[in-house]
Design a protein around this ligand. Structure first.
Ligand code: ZN
Ligand code: ZN
Ligand code: ZN
Ligand code: ZN
Ligand code: ZN
Ligand code: ZN
Ligand code: ZN
Length: 1729
């Protein structure tokens, strides 16, 4: 990069560098015609700087432009060196109190839910943190780019408009002060001049359309170079563009990606440079290639001078933006220049020109000038207003341009509406002065031209283009919303007039919707969601909010409300003027009432569901009631003109239609409201009759005995069924009309009551999380539900656990408010709620009746609605249905019909009860339902009274479900009767006898029933008690229970190793003193064939499913370069543990042959499937992966189960065992002999038996002895299988069972796995033994035993060779030079390898030395080496720690040892005088090693662990030492073996690397190594968002990354899911995350996708899943995708859980489970993330 730049700089024309900005500026200052001078300068120099070749050179261009072009302008402007001029300006400036920070893409923005005037008012992070709102309820989002901080805008905030920083400026600057007074006069003049010229130049060149000419500039350099310019569109995909480019301009894929990326980002990019023909040729190829299906890509051949000037034009605009940043005065001058009208009058100002040219500009140019507008025009209070007027005047044009433009709205100037219209004062000004409301609505109407004959919108047969346009048009509704969002506090006559004018336009719009898209019901068919149908529906949904905002405005002014009401009524009458046209008038009569209406069959004629005018009128009518205008000015209202039958006609038709198609969704639309309005003005009997007629049920209820017709066999069952459904729906509608009173204005309630009721009913279904509840509740235009203020009163919050979410539960006392027929329930919700509530009542041992709740009274305007309940027709309907139920013929009635009738009766009783309770002196009770239902029917029917029928039904066996409800009704009836009696007038007395009589008739029956009931209750009680006891028991014995469950779950091995009972006296894990344990017989069961088998050396192999993976979890060096796997020698593990091999298992056991068969079948199946369907699976069959057949855990191999391997080779003769010194000597001799033999072998193949004699073999050593392998064939095969798998995965090489590195990898995996488990236990503060889950215990046992047995299937000489080399690292010999120094060896890996390879030598040793002796000496030797390692690297800080001055023997000994070390290293070691500190360090440093060793020998030799290390307690160190056969004072080891140890220590210390380390020339790991953790995350999620927004893509020069993703392992931020950061990995293009996993996590990665607030797990290139983030909001919920924007805070427990998954190596397993559960995850291209 640097070199490139240099060569570029060298190539620069000398004349350019010699330009002097000062001289040019002086010349300009003296010029008569400044514009001419400047233009000449630009015409000459711009083409010399810009566009000198095929590729842009931004750095060079910027440098030269600043020097030659901008420098002079700055000099001119300042009149002196700008280096002094600008700071002076800045100092003199009185900055505005507006923040105005323009948001970058992805930057966090904050909105206060308490104080923001609307949700579009936002703060930048800095302002937010310094504001009062951080203590309020706020919402946080990430910006999509564009938009700016509203801090300081007093109109945006109800409270606290300034943050601390911007508050400072307010006291000084008065609002109206002209900022120009702070500038010297001559500077003002110069600024005008230069700004005018520069701005004009930029605008002219950017809007220039001619090809061979420049605006007012000469073409100085008439060279014939052109660019082939490719422009962005939103039609073609990245892939299409890349593919086309490769073809058209013959570039590589990389270059094509580069072009495409720039085109997408900047909106255009030249793809070819050369003469016209050359460029034109490329153009035609591109156009030809992309024109097949869609419109072709836009390509233009442009002269290089034009491109050059355009580039500089953009640069100039950016420069203007930065210069005005120095001074508010300059900013004002620029605004003035921009808005100054040119010679061509209207629309000729520079700002207008740019705006009107917007849709023709490319993306990059738009961005630049939008930004300039935001930092100039929108920051200046005076000019913001002027600009707003320009914007409003051009509104129609701009919107039309936007409709044609294919760029997203965020790149269009039309998008600025949000910045302007949401400012309340501007919006109001634009409404009154520019008639904005009308303009928006008219523009909207103009774009929807398709109408039917009646002038209504028609969306049928929309083409794709029209549909696209329709989507764009919807943004106008958004603008309308912005304008209306803040409601006026004061009304001027102008505002009234203009608002009503807008209201007129709005009514015109609604008129086009009223009755649009009518549909005819097709019998037996559902209405399908066709696209055009959806369009109408979308429109209605979008306008719903606007309608309610219009109503809100009307509510604020009585005059406006009255006018609006009148206008609305007029329009409605126009809509339905001919509603009786062609329809036959008829007269209906029932129960002595009659009404005139028309004949109309919904089922046969067209009905529309779109009735917005009716809705609006109903809403306004309610407002008349709410604002009491109806009572104050009745004379002003056209109430008499209302025709209630006309009002209800269409909504009623619509509801009937809905009833007919069972479309529950329409209920939300508020038509009952519309009906309530109409019905409240009608005679209830008339209404009911019309309704019966519209439901086509009039015949049934007006004809007595109609029901009897159903009893005959030949009735059409379908017709009966349909009628029943319609009756149910009609009853439901009546319940709605009478019962829905929870809107202010209809019932005597306030908004709080309304929201409380909503919450109660949602929570009646089930407990809900906050977000679910929010979704279920209606939101206002500020996206608020008002829930927070009331939720505490009706619900309790339950916090979430480690998974799941926090839930709200309904308070028990609120259950009485439950209404089964709640208006907003869907059918499914209703039945769920019913079930839940009945269950709840049964649990509380209450009766299960769900009576209607007591309701608030109606407002006077609607008060007459209750009379429906006691109207004659209603009573007739109720009576008829009850009669059907009493007569009990199968067809005529349904249960839910009866249920609704009972509900209605209940409602009537509640109503009457309330009337009586609120009775005051002057009131007469007119509601006499009880009286009416006690009367029997009159002749001719002579039916029994409703009450009598209820009495009968109470004991009807077929109505068991409703019995409780009927009983409740009768009880309430009696209560009311008593109430009546107590009050003076008691007209109900007559009924008493009736009840008594009825009751006595069934007395016997009732008594029997009562007894049965008591018995049932008793039974239930006992059952409940028992289950309670059971639960108690489980709770108390929870641990026991869980344990058993776990055992059942993980270990199918029938007999687990019962730890043999051994006295706790002293347990020793290794060496000659090793505690002998009789190994119990181990019988296990195969999960595949269910057969049991004993684990024996010579039987068929049993195996555990296992998963091997490379791991960097313990790594202390993530930057290590992975060596070439083919040549890498893994014999010694470096103590940085950079990459290990981990083995895990789910613990499920199979026969080897059963597994083999299963595995082959899986493989065959998957291969077939993949060939055929090309589908992926969650596991990679080709890599040997499979799922455990029992638990579906991802596995890639199997481990054989073995009996303890040492028993086979241990000789039990312990007499005369050598000490360490002797033993080392003997082994050294044996090693030497082996070396010699090997040399002999190599030298000649002559008979070696002769030579051996000369060798003087050590006593009892027989290198020719060949051991017979004790294992069965099947076990041997499995040993090889698992060994090869470890080798293959661990080294990432092709399998080769002969490779000498196979056994090394096996030992390494054993050591590494033990280390990870030791760390896990230590981190969780768990004792070493007794707390591992069975699966890990099983896995470690088999892994250790396997590793110990593996040498029997590998080459003996290879293993012997490994042992020799390993030993040589501690006991040097002349053969093995160049081994790692002891600082660079992980001692635990060394120990495991030494101990496990030793039997290969020991098996040829017949001198009587026991294997246990060898183990012990090897262990002691490695331990001592580790002690030296610790002492050498210990970084003891002597000061600052409390020291106990004990000077014990131990401390003295350590000090002595340390001094000896000092001596050996030539006094390079830091001097330490405190033995106490050394001791402490040593013990702490060696502890992990001892713990690992204890685990290792425990699993190797099967000696149970002493009880002391199965719990966390004191003296762990001593107990460990004793178990490991070590002295408590470790330095004793050195004293006992000083003879040989002094030599060894000297040799260790003399290593060159040790010297370099001590001289500080290299680094070494010190002990104890700390556990790796995931990175620390901030508590507040917005810190992360901010961090990510400051992060730019490392590859595309400072551009913002689209998907910034944080590696939770190392903290690196990555630019994920983007072409720019793709790299090649093993021949494939992968995204930044996948690439990172290979260096950081050896293929496994844990990331946080910051924008999405989502955790991402990756494994390899094909596996991945998303995981809930560890951030929760106050309601205990995550916010994946950051859609809700509640503040998020870190949940430490959940983060720990993720960390544990990582430490346990369970990430891959987790991904596997997630993918199995959700197949769509398998299809995602994880590698591109
Ligand atoms: Zn700010
Ligand atoms: Zn601020
Ligand atoms: Zn606030
Ligand atoms: Zn089996
Ligand atoms: Zn399993
Ligand atoms: Zn990382
Ligand atoms: Zn990138």
């Amino acid at each position: 990069m640097a070199a490139d730049l240099e060569s570029e700089v060298q190539a620069i024309d000398k004349s350019l560098l010699e330009c002097s900005a000062e001289e040019i500026a002086v010349k300009w200052l003296q010029a008569n015609d400044l514009q001419k001078e400047v233009y000449q300068h630009l015409a000459y120099y711009v083409p010399k700087i810009y566009c000198r070749g095929p590729n842009p050179a931004p750095q060079r261009e910027d440098m030269l432009a600043q020097h030659v072009l901008l420098g002079p302008m700055e000099w001119y402007l300042c009149g002196e060196d700008p280096a002094f001029g600008f700071p002076k300006l800045e100092q003199a400036n009185r900055p505005s109190h507006l923040c105005g920070r323009v948001f970058k893409v992805g930057e966090p923005t904050y909105s206060c839910r308490d104080c923001a005037v609307d949700p579009t008012c936002v703060l930048c992070m800095e302002c937010f943190l310094g504001s009062i709102h951080r203590e309020h309820r706020y919402r946080m989002t990430t910006s999509g780019g564009g938009g700016f901080c509203d801090c300081g805008d007093t109109e945006a905030w109800k409270e606290g408009p300034y943050c601390q920083k911007h508050e400072l400026n307010t006291s000084e600057t008065a609002e109206e002060e002209d900022p120009l007074v702070h500038l010297p006069e001559d500077m003002v003049a110069r600024a005008y001049n230069i700004f005018a010229i520069a701005f004009k130049y930029a605008v002219d060149i950017l809007t220039w359309e001619k090809e061979n000419e420049l605006p007012g500039l000469e073409m100085i350099e008439k060279s014939d170079t052109y660019y082939c310019m490719l422009f962005n569109d939103e039609v073609h995909t990245y892939e299409q563009v890349i593919y086309t480019l490769q073809k058209a301009v013959n570039c590589t894929q990389k270059e094509a990606i580069g072009f495409a990326t720039t085109v997408d980002r900047d909106g255009r990019r030249s793809v070819r440079y050369g003469d016209f023909q050359y460029c034109d040729q490329a153009k035609s190829v591109i156009v030809r290639n992309t024109s097949r299906q869609t419109k072709p890509l836009k390509v233009q051949v442009m002269h290089s001078s034009i491109v050059a000037h355009q580039s500089f034009g953009l640069k100039l605009l950016t420069w203007l933006g930065s210069v005005i940043g120095y001074s508010d005065g300059l900013r004002r001058i620029l605004c003035q220049v921009g808005l100054q009208e040119g010679p061509d009058g209207e629309n000729s100002s520079l700002v207008d020109k740019l705006m009107l040219y917007d849709s023709k500009l490319w993306k990059g140019a738009r961005n630049v000038y939008h930004q300039l507008f935001m930092s100039s025009l929108l920051m200046d209070l005076k000019y913001k207003k002027l600009f707003a007027i320009r914007f409003a005047r051009n509104y129609e044009r701009l919107q039309s341009d936007f409709m044609k433009d294919d760029h997203d709205r965020e790149f269009s100037i039309a998008d600025l509406s949000i910045q302007i219209f949401t400012v309340p004062s501007l919006a109001r000004m634009l409404i009154t002065e520019e008639n904005l409301m009308t303009t928006i609505i008219k523009t909207f109407m103009d774009h929807l031209r398709h109408r039917d004959i009646q002038g209504r919108f028609q969306f049928e047969r929309y083409t794709a283009l029209q549909a696209f346009k329709f989507r764009r048009v919807q943004s106008l509704i958004l603008d309308l919303k912005y304008v209306l969002i803040s409601k006026p506090t004061e009304w001027s006559d102008d505002l009234r007039r203009k608002f009503l004018e807008g209201f007129d336009a709005f009514l015109e719009l609604l008129k086009c919707m009223q009755g649009m898209d009518p549909i005819t019901r097709q019998v037996g068919q559902h209405i399908e969601m066709e696209p055009e149908w959806e369009a109408a529906f979308t429109l209605q949904m979008k306008l719903t909010l606007v309608i309610s905002m219009m109503q809100d405005w009307c509510a604020l002014d009585e005059k406006v409300l009255i006018e609006a009401y009148k206008k609305c009524l007029t329009v409605l009458m126009q809509c339905h003027s001919g509603f009786t046209d062609g329809e036959q008038p008829i007269v209906l009569s029932m129960c002595g009432h009659s009404v005139e209406t028309i004949r109309y069959c919904v089922s046969q004629e067209k009905v529309s569901i779109h009735l917005p005018v009716s809705r609006l009128l109903a809403g306004l009518h309610v407002l008349l009631s709410k604002t009491e205008v109806a009572y104050k000015f009745p004379e002003l209202l056209p109430l008499s003109e209302l025709s209630p039958p006309m009002l209800i006609e269409h909504p009623l038709r619509c509801l009937v239609l809905c009833a007919q198609v069972h479309a529950g969704m329409w209920r939300r639309n508020g038509f009952s409201l519309v009906n309530q309005t109409g019905v409240s003005m009608m005679d209830p009997n008339h209404f009911l009759m019309i309704m019966l007629s519209r439901f086509e049920l009039y015949q049934i209820f007006s004809t007595p005995d109609y029901g009897k017709r159903f009893s005959t066999e030949n009735t059409n069952k379908d017709v009966v069924q349909q009628n029943n459904t319609l009756i149910e729906e009609m009853l439901y509608l009546i319940i709605m009309i009478v019962g829905e009173r929870f809107s202010p204005g209809i019932g005597q309630v306030n908004a709080t009551d309304e929201i409380k009721r909503e919450i109660i009913h949602q929570l009646s279904i089930r407990p809900m999380a906050h977000s679910e509840l929010v979704k279920a509740l209606p939101e206002d235009e500020n996206r608020e539900t008002g829930m927070e203020s009331v939720i505490e009163e009706v619900a309790c919050f339950k916090k979430p656990g480690l998974t799941g979410r926090g839930l709200y539960e309904l308070k028990p006392e609120c259950a009485k408010n439950f209404n089964l027929y709640f208006y907003h329930f869907s059918r499914a919700e209703q039945s769920k709620a019913e079930e839940a509530q009945r269950k709840l009542r049964r649990q509380n041992r209450e009766d299960t009746a769900l009576p209607p709740p007591a309701l608030p009274p109606f407002c006077p305007l609607f008060a007459s609605l209750v009379n429906i309940l006691q109207s004659d027709v209603m009573l007739c309907i109720m009576g008829t249905i009850l009669q059907w139920a009493v007569e009990h013929n199968g067809y005529a009635w349904s249960e839910s019909m009866l249920q609704r009738v009972l509900h209605l009766i209940g409602m009537a009783l509640q109503e009457e009860k309330q009337h009586l309770e609120n009775l005051s002196e002057e009131n007469v009770v007119t509601f006499t339902f009880t009286q009416k239902i006690s009367k029997p029917g009159e002749a001719p029917s002579n039916s029994p009274s409703i009450l009598a029928m209820l009495e009968t039904l109470q004991n009807a066996p077929h109505l068991e479900v409703h019995k409780d409800m009927i009983r409740w009704i009768l009880k309430t009836f009696n209560t009311i009767k008593k109430l009546r009696e107590s009050s003076s007038s008691s007209p109900v007395a007559e009924t008493e006898g009736n009840i008594m009589e009825e009751s006595s008739r069934d007395k016997d029956k009732a008594e029997r029933k009562r007894k049965a009931e008591i018995a049932r209750l008793r039974r239930e009680k006992i059952m409940a008690q028992m289950s309670e006891m059971q639960r108690h028991f489980i709770n108390e014995n929870k641990e026991l229970f869980q344990q058993t469950l776990e055992e059942l779950d993980t270990s199918t091995s029938g007999v687990h190793e019962n730890s043999p009972v051994i006295s706790d006296a002293k347990l020793t894990a290794l060496g000659p003193e090793q505690t002998r344990v009789a190994e119990p017989r181990q019988v296990v069961m195969c999960i595949l064939c269910q057969e049991e088998q004993e684990v024996k050396v010579d039987s068929r192999a049993m195996v555990l499913a296992a998963f091997i993976q490379r791991s960097t979890v313990l790594s202390k060096n993530r930057n290590k370069i992975t060596p070439d796997p083919e040549k890498y020698d893994p014999l010694f593990m470096h103590p940085d543990l950079a990459c290990g091999t981990h083995t895990g298992s789910c613990g499920h056991i199979m026969h080897a042959h059963c597994w083999q068969r299963y595995f082959d079948a899986v493989q065959a199946k998957e291969q077939r499937r993949q060939q055929r369907l090309r589908v992926h699976t969650s596991y990679d069959v080709e890599n040997g992966e499979f799922l455990c057949p029992l638990c579906e855990c991802l596995s890639n191999t199997v481990i054989p189960l073995l009996p303890p391997p040492r028993v086979l080779f241990n000789r039990l003769d312990f007499s005369g065992q050598p000490n360490l010194t002797q033993w080392i000597k003997t082994v050294s001799q044996q090693v030497k002999a082996l070396h010699l033999l090997q040399n002999e072998d190599c030298a000649s193949h002559s008979g070696h038996s002769e030579k051996m004699d000369q060798l003087q073999l050590p006593e009892g050593f027989r290198p020719d002895f060949k051991l017979k392998n004790p294992y069965s064939e099947s076990i041997k095969e499995m040993l090889t299988t698992f060994g090869t798998a470890t080798y293959k995965v661990g080294l990432k090489v092709h399998p080769n069972e002969e490779d000498p590195r196979v056994p090394i990898m096996c030992w390494g995996s054993c050591a590494y796995t033990i280390q990870t488990i030791e760390r896990l236990l230590a981190d969780e503060d768990k004792p070493l033994f007794g707390h591992l889950p069975c699966r890990q215990d099983d896995c470690l046992t088999s892994l250790t035993r396997f590793a110990a047995a593996h040498w029997t299937v590998s080459s003996l000489s290879a293993v012997q060779g490994h042992f020799c080399t390993l030993l040589a690292s501690l006991v040097p010999n002349e053969k093995n030079g160049n081994l790692p120094c002891i600082l660079d060896i992980d001692m635990f890996h060394l120990l495991v390898s030494l101990v496990l390879s030793f039997p290969a030598i020991h098996c040829q040793d017949f001198s009587g030395v026991s294997l246990g002796t060898g183990d012990l000496h090897l262990f002691h030797l490695v331990t001592m080496a580790h002690i030296i390692q610790i002492l050498l690297t210990s970084s003891t800080e002597e000061n600052g720690m409390d020291q106990e001055n004990t000077n014990s023997e131990e401390e003295v000994a350590v000090l002595t040892l340390y001094k000896f070390l000092c001596q050996c290293t030539g006094s390079a070691l830091k001097e330490i005088s405190s033995g106490w500190h050394l001791c402490r360090n040593l013990k702490a440093g060696i502890m992990p090693f001892l713990r690992c060793s204890a685990l290792f020998f425990h699993y190797l030799n099967g000696v149970p662990a002493p009880s002391e290390i199965q719990v966390n307690g004191a003296n762990q160190f001593e107990h460990l030492c004793s178990y490991l056969s070590l002295p408590n004072n470790l330095t004793c080891l050195f004293q006992e073996n000083s003879e040989i140890l002094n030599t060894l220590i000297e040799s260790w210390c003399s290593n060159n690397e040790v010297k370099r380390y001590l001289e500080g020339k290299r680094h070494a790991i010190s002990y104890a190594r700390e556990s790796n953790k995931l990175i620390d995350l901030p508590d507040d999620y917005s810190c992360l968002i901010n961090q990510a927004s400051n992060f730019s893509c490392p590859k595309s020069g400072g551009d913002k990354s689209r998907a910034p993703t944080l590696c939770l392992v190392c903290g690196t931020m990555l630019c994920s899911q983007s072409y720019c950061c793709q790299t090649e990995l093993e021949g494939e293009d992968v995204g930044a995350c996948t690439a990172h996993t290979y260096t950081c996590g050896s293929g496994v990665g844990i990331f946080l996708r910051v924008r999405e607030c989502q955790v991402l797990f990756l494994a390899g290139k094909t596996k991945g899943c998303f995981y809930p983030p560890p951030y929760l909001d106050d309601y205990g919920e995550t916010d994946q995708g950051l859609r809700r924007g509640n503040p998020l805070h870190l949940c430490k427990e959940r983060f720990k859980k993720i960390q544990k998954l990582w430490q346990q190596h369970s990430i891959t397993e987790e991904i596997g489970h997630a993918q199995e559960a959700n197949q769509t995850l398998v299809g995602i291209d994880w590698q591109h993330l």
